[in-house]
Design a protein around this ligand. Sequence first.
Ligand code: NAD
Length: 543
Amino acid sequence: MAITAARGTELRAKGWRQEALLRLLENNLENGENPDELVVYGSIGKAARDWKSYDAIVAILKTIEEDETLIIQSGKPIGVIPTHKKAPIVIMANGNIVGHWATSAEFYKLYDQNLTMWGGLTAGDWQYIGSQGVIQGTYEIFKAIAREHFSGDLAGKFILSAGLGGMSGAQPLAGVLAGAAILVVEVDEEKADKRIATGFLQKKTTDLSQALAWIREAQAQKAAISVGLIGNAADIYTQLLDSGVIPDIVTDQTAAHDLLYGYVPSNIALSEIAQLRKEDPDFVIDSAGKAIAKEVAAILAFQKAGSIVFDNGNNIRTQAKAYGVDKAFDIPIFTEAFLRPLFERAIGPFRWVALSGDQADIQKIDQFLLKNFADNPIVTDWIRLAEKNVPVQGLPARICWLGHTERSRLAVAVNDMVANGEIGPVAFTRDHLDAGAMTHPNIMTENLQDGSDAISDWPLLNALVATSSQADLVAIHAGGGGYAGYMQSAGLTITADGTKAARERLLSAIDNDTRTGLLRYADAGYAGAKEEIAKHEVRRVDL
Ligand code: NAD
């Protein structure tokens, strides 16, 4: 049975805090890549351990009181404890394994025994809002590249990438919004069809020369276009290189973090891979590692030939290096190269979901932002583009990069709109890829200026802060590439239901979340964080 999120104002749970979490869980599956297997995105990023767990979570969310807390261990509900009305409704930890055992092999073993699951960033904690979730980040990267390398404009420029899955499916639309001609290679035609159906991709072909003809035509006319090419990235990147086609920008967002269930190697047919994963996992892993090495070697050659290249957060360089590409880390990570100036000021991907299911609620919030953040071009440029171009997927939602106090200002205003009856209740959340919330030394925290890249105290503190600051849901995740051992992160969700108590929760949880982001970056010595701390009178202990 297909799961869809409930809409409207009728409560099935004992309050909006509980109902919101239930709708977000359902929404994850409504938008999911493989909902039958509870997979939301990122090859095996799941919303619950198994269907028994899912049904139990749903039943508990319908009956849990506001002064109780449900504990979830890697997608499996393990108990409900008495707490108090300011405590979270749900706390969870997904995919955590202690350091020495934190390897892919150990993860796959525990996963096969159904003792753990991978929660991605927003799958396990029900914060996924479809491909839109990463779209502004990708758009901001393209715009930053435009400013730095192409006089501010990507018209007539050619972007090459790969992956049209749950998150990677945002790339074609982000490329088009940035004005470019973007070609995205995808091995699974059904994924390309899904992106066309949801409005994230314009057209597809299985023929490389046809794809290039469309791209060249658009470039000549300085028109934006997105083309999906059905093929294997390792092969296509090499073919393009061999025939002297050098794109202006090259990246990849296939699920390269996972050699077994994610990246599809070119020597294995898509129709055979599911069986081989069971029968000969070592062969699949080794083949994927070698194919990634071939693809990354091509990306490095593109870089040498003048393309702007970057790692788009899928740990592809780490995998390539392990398979012999010594110079893989000559490819810069997008966070360090383009987004750190925003993160150091705790500006990051904030999100909200209209629980009523009514797109008009999102439009009213868009209008509020355009009016009240008129002097902030990151907000206004994006909202103008998003309201015209970003399709609705599942419960209507919006992402917008906002900073300390900006997020809570918006959330409190939205809570007032809910109280006035202008809109229905709204859930607020954010990506784990946020200032205080993630340690990933090959993605979020690569080359921090104080060298604290691998310290995972920060996201753990962030989750503790959220739990003591009245968030409705708090999650601690691990994984990030080869699953265990690469990443630690934290997430939170808070619902604006129009009450005074919600206003207090929103202010406390959201501001303390960005406060910890500023404290983390100030501790690492970043000037932007120190400026924000002084401006907002954040109480920092500066030793
Ligand atoms: P997904 O599994 O939903 O999609 C990945 C897609 O890549 C699939 O459609 C798959 O068919 C395709 N693919 C696999 N191997 C291929 C190959 N050799 N050639 C062409 N296509 C191939 O995963 P997703 O949710 O789209 O995430 C993709 C990656 O991006 C993951 O590693 C994820 O962790 C990472 N990610 C990064 C960010 C970020 O902030 N930059 C955000 C979200 C996800």
